[in-house]
Design a protein around this ligand. Structure first.
Ligand SMILES: *[C@@H]1O[C@H](CO)[C@@H](O)[C@H](O)[C@H]1NC(C)=O
Ligand SMILES: *[C@@H]1O[C@H](CO)[C@@H](O)[C@H](O)[C@H]1NC(C)=O
Length: 284
């Protein structure tokens, strides 16, 4: 009886260990050459060169082939084992002018995209012998013809006191698409809670406290950047501290263009100091 029980438990042990081994083997075998990173810009403007990235990891299986498709139609292939000419890797399809010599197995360059380049781009990777495991990833690119417009910032007051809340809106004037709108305050990214989104896709708000240390020589500089693909337009606004405004007023510097660094006010005062007595002298 004792030896019987012993055998039973060693058999279950054996089954258990086989099961674990099986799990381990299937677990590693399902991995092929994996796509680790697919980068297709979501937007581009007509005439842009657009780079598509498809990065893969060969640690589990060598690459057998990498192919790019647009809306299911192949336009680029890389098969390391076949010794085809680089040019043969590009297959001409409508709306796509692949820059073959600039393209490689991980990066494909589309020259001067047009409206017809809009579509669903798929990168497909097949691992090598014996399993030829296939994986793919897709992303959509939209190509627009309208040029990027300069965004507009509204809501700036004439001047601010320390601890005031500064509330601004930045609006895009593009009608075909919504460029990405981002803010900076003195060239720094604002906190997430200071950026307001959600009214509509063309407007982004900014709401932050005018802490005294934010005023650099009396001025906070805010930028709103509109971006689509590689195109960028930046609107700049200067927000003045009340003291700065008062100082300008006293010095009669209504334009505010030159008094910022304190050098001109000095010159102004020295000028008065030198010429005032002279003036008195000539008047006599
Ligand atoms: C893009 O193509 C892939 C593969 O054919 C498909 O699975 C995916 O749903 C498509 N995406 C869109 C947004 O059409
Ligand atoms: C920003 O736009 C929203 C929505 O149009 C509006 O409610 C808000 O008052 C605007 N703020 C400023 C500072 O203009």
């Amino acid at each position: 009886m004792a030896s019987m029980r012993c055998n039973m438990s060693s058999i279950t042990d054996l089954i258990y260990h086989l099961f674990i081994l099986l799990l381990f083997m299937t677990g590693t075998a399902v991995m092929g050459a994996q796509i680790t990173d697919l980068r297709v810009p979501s937007m581009a403007l007509e005439g842009d060169d657009v780079t598509l990235h498809c990065d893969y990891d060969e640690s589990d299986s060598r690459l057998y082939s990498l192919k790019w498709y647009k809306d299911g139609v192949e336009f680029y292939r890389h098969v390391p084992s076949s010794h085809i000419d680089t040019l043969d890797q590009c297959l001409p399809i409508s709306g796509i002018d692949t820059k073959c010599w600039e393209s490689s197995e991980r990066k494909v360059v589309l020259g001067g995209v047009v409206g017809a380049s809009t579509g669903n781009y798929t990168c497909e990777v097949i691992g090598d012998h014996p399993r030829f495991k296939k994986t793919s990833k897709s992303a959509v690119l939209d190509v627009y013809s309208e040029a990027l417009e300069m965004p507009m910032v509204v809501g700036a007051a004439e001047y601010y006191q320390d601890q005031d809340y500064i509330k601004l809106n930045c609006t895009s004037f593009n009608s075909e698409y919504n460029p990405m709108l981002t803010w900076t305050i003195n060239d720094q990214k604002p906190k997430m809670t200071e950026v307001l989104r959600g009214w509509n896709k063309r407007t982004v708000g900014l709401n932050f406290k005018a802490e005294a240390d934010k005023f650099i020589k009396g001025v906070i500089t805010v930028h709103c950047t509109a971006q689509v693909g590689q195109h960028v337009k930046v609107a700049e606004v200067h927000l003045y501290n009340q003291h700065f405004q008062a100082q300008q007023y006293l010095l009669g510097g209504a334009t505010g263009c030159c008094t910022r660094d304190g050098f001109l006010p000095m010159v102004f005062m020295i000028t008065i100091a030198i010429f005032a007595p002279l003036r008195l002298f000539t008047l006599q």
